[in-house]
Design a protein around this ligand. Sequence first.
Ligand code: HEM
Ligand SMILES: *[C@@H]1O[C@H](CO)[C@@H](O)[C@H](O)[C@H]1NC(C)=O
Length: 485
Amino acid sequence: MASIFYIFVSLIVLIYFWLRKRNNYWNEKGFLQPGTKGSFMGVTKGKTPFQGLDDYYKSFKGKVKAIGIYQFFVPSVFPIDPDLIKHILMKDFSHFHDRGMYHNKEADPTSAHLLSLDGQDWRDRRTKMSPIFTSGKMKMMFENVDRISDKLAEVLQKNIETSNVHDMKRWSQKFTADNIGNVAFGLECNCIEDEHSVFMKYGRRLLDLKPFEIIKFIFAMNLPYLARVLKVRSNPKDAGDFFLNTFMQTFEYRQTNNIVRNDFVSLLLGLKHLYTPLELAAEAFLVFAAGYETSSTLMTFTLYELALNQDIQDKLREEITTRIEENDGKLTYELLFELKYLDMVINESLRKYPPIPILFRKCVKDYKIPGTDLTIPKGIKALINVYSLHHDPEYFTDPSKFDPERFSDENSKTIKPFTFLPFGEGQRNCIGMRFGQMQSKMAILKLIKNFKFSPCEKTLIPMEFETFAPFITPKEGMWLKVEER
Ligand code: HEM
Ligand SMILES: *[C@@H]1O[C@H](CO)[C@@H](O)[C@H](O)[C@H]1NC(C)=O
């Protein structure tokens, strides 16, 4: 009994000294660090991680290029200066080519994909997969996206007969789940008609994590080596298995029946001489995971700002209807990307609400910060708070104002490089940008063409964010009044 007690006490003492040392880590390396120690970037104060980081950003901006922080005692570096950010993401990419994310091909096949792979594995796969995401390939999928966005407008139309107050976050998710389920898994998912469809269920399951799963996720993110030994599954097992099995079924069906379609499944099947079916399934899973919530978030906040700014909504509708009319009533891939005002509105929404507010890279060899005597040690992660850059009045005057004119031809030239990063930058930027833009723009176009959006009693003004969400997420959905036009 007594020996157990002594072991216990010595453990506590050891942990205490280890933590104290950890909390001095950055001071010893010559970096400034915020006073609060060991918290997860302010989450403890009821803030989201990007808001917690933003507090640090504001207090250290102009003083240093980067500070040292701790996430649950794990030290990370937080670059503040856009020029240093440019070095990390692009110029000195050879020091920062990994994200240092947990992946385990054997124990957790859904975890090993383009987003999480390291070093040469990542480089090879990025090279092999890039041709899948070219503009030409995206154009092939245009018809499908067009059809599914028409369905969104049609079903929403039927629904407003019973009620004209709707959670547009939910509708946006149904649309992107249907759309990506279709192109990445080859199925008619029926998420728009039936919100209890399996794709919707497992799509939400990936995000609605139980407390234990959140802890497991944070553990795997911060201690990937230990997680690998313990064979942790970073995604809920039921959801992971669902996506893998679904892809495998489509994969086999297409192979035996020699079916080729204009979608990601067929494009991935084209790589079957290079990768195992399970590896390809992990990439299909990633297309879903990376494309479902990001694009629906973009749609959700765009509709919110359009509802609050009726003049902008009217101007956008005017552009859409005139340009389609001038094109003999036809909407084409080219026309969708030529709509200038739509592009400006979308970019302003991405500025104010970047769906992925924090980028990160892992330092793979010691890195001396140019113009300083500070060195980022090997193994440390760099967190780039895109949200702070997008809301810094030095780079975007009056940052809380929704103003698409920031992205007019004339004004966009004055945006400082590496201060607008909704899709990341450098060799590891978002590979699916074109597809994300296509599906979000298409859905916004169809919705604005057919409906008028305005605030209702349940609309959150000002906006508040969900604390524990991995993406920027409105609290309690996105309730708006929807009327037919
Ligand atoms: C509006 C929609 C989207 C936004 C805002 C977005 C944003 C991002 C961001 C910020 C990153 C990290 C970039 C970096 O670290 O520099 C990223 C990476 C990635 N995204 Fe997207 N994304 C979107 C849609 C999509 C879609 C539709 C797909 C797939 C079809 C996709 C696939 C990926 C992949 C595979 C990566 C990892 C790339 C790599 O590490 O090589 N994304 N995305
Ligand atoms: C909007 O942002 C995208 C991606 O960051 C960029 O390619 C495009 O040129 C921007 N459009 C405008 C009008 O600034």
